[in-house]
Design a protein around this ligand. Structure first.
Ligand code: PBG
Length: 323
């Protein structure tokens, strides 16, 4: 046996060399901060399943938005937590619904200094917790839900959202919302399609964050975790229907899907590092089992390397400030 001819380690000798040849870099503007605004509270409320994340009051939402902008984040994604819910999710498209009120607060606070996004889905607003309205047999009614989404889209655009994040996984939702926006002249409002959204256990902590009442699961509309080809179909349809950006969600367990999607489309690709991904690292770090800061950066770098141009992460402000 001779000595090696090729010596890859030569490139790894010093921090300066490693930096020079580093292929994947994170910058603050890649990161989008999800925020929760809760109706009827004067102080932020801690979320037990997501240590460090809160349900904001209207006032604390503004403070968090200012901090995020100061750190240089690329955008904010707002979720609403209403005090009352009903079968059709009336709070979702009512101008005084908490999400729409919060959007107006956010735009008033940040203007155009960052990108303001709204979660467009009914699950936070329905008493049954599903992402759509139900038919008389209790099944999620795809086309009746599209009408609700169109109404929500107009309310959110009216409230100042730059980007609508369609997370409900109904068939045809992008095309329907795009047409509704265009009909009233809102051709400038962007659509971010949660194109490949899997029926995932990693959303568990989020359910507490929004006080979800869901019984059962979302397997009739969200994707089967074992399917990758189907993700490409969903993405193809959403781009054809007019999606400006597409997303893969969750992120870390689906890096292969993310890579395939990034290779297949010519629109920007986002990935959502979801609540369960956040909670796992925080819990392991709190138990002294993992180096928190390194694990956070490594997970985000991996998501970026797999093809995400934009990453939604609950650590957005912290990491943006650190970078
Ligand atoms: C639906 C929605 C969910 C998440 C974002 N949008 C929940 C679900 O589909 O069950 C999950 C986000 C997370 O887990 O961080 N409005």
């Amino acid at each position: 046996m001779g000595f090696p001819v090729e010596r890859p380690r030569r490139l790894r000798q010093t921090p300066a060399l490693r930096r020079l040849v580093s292929q994947t870099r994170l910058s603050p503007s890649d990161l989008v901060l999800p925020l929760f605004v809760r109706e009827g509270v004067d102080e932020p409320v801690a979320i037990g399943s997501m240590p460090g994340v809160v349900q904001h009051s209207r006032a604390s939402l503004r403070v968090a938005a200012r901090e995020a902008v100061a750190a240089g984040v690329g955008g904010l994604m707002l979720f609403g937590v209403p005090t009352t819910r009903d079968a059709v999710g009336s709070g979702a498209d009512h101008p005084d619904g908490i999400l729409n009120v919060g959007l107006r607060d956010l735009r008033d606070e940040v203007g155009d200094r960052t990108v303001v996004m709204a979660d467009l889905c009914l699950d936070e607003f329905t008493d049954h917790g599903h992402c759509g309205v139900l038919d008389d047999r209790g099944r999620v009614d795809n086309d009746a839900t599209l009408e609700r989404y169109a109404s929500m889209a107009l309310a959110q655009a009216e409230s100042g959202a730059h980007v609508l994040g369609l997370s409900g996984m109904m068939d045809g939702q992008v095309g329907h919302v795009r047409a509704a926006l265009d009909d009233v002249g809102r051709t400038d409002t962007l659509v971010l399609a949660y194109a490949a959204k899997y029926a995932s256990a990693f959303y568990g902590p989020f359910r507490e964050a929004v006080g979800s009442t869901l019984v059962g699961d979302r397997a009739t509309y969200q994707q089967d975790p074992g399917n990758a080809v189907e993700a490409l179909r969903e993405v193809r349809l959403d781009v054809a229907e007019g999606a400006d950006l597409v997303m893969v969600k969750p992120a870390l367990p689906y890096l292969d899907v993310l890579r395939q999607v990034a290779d297949a489309v010519d629109v920007p690709v986002a990935a959502y590092q979801v609540s369960g991904e956040y909670a796992m690292i925080e819990a392991a770090a709190a138990a002294g089992m993992i180096d928190r800061d390194r694990a956070i950066l490594e997970s985000l770098t991996a998501i970026r390397r797999a093809g995400a141009q934009v990453i939604l992460t609950y650590w957005a402000s912290e990491v943006a400030a650190r970078l």
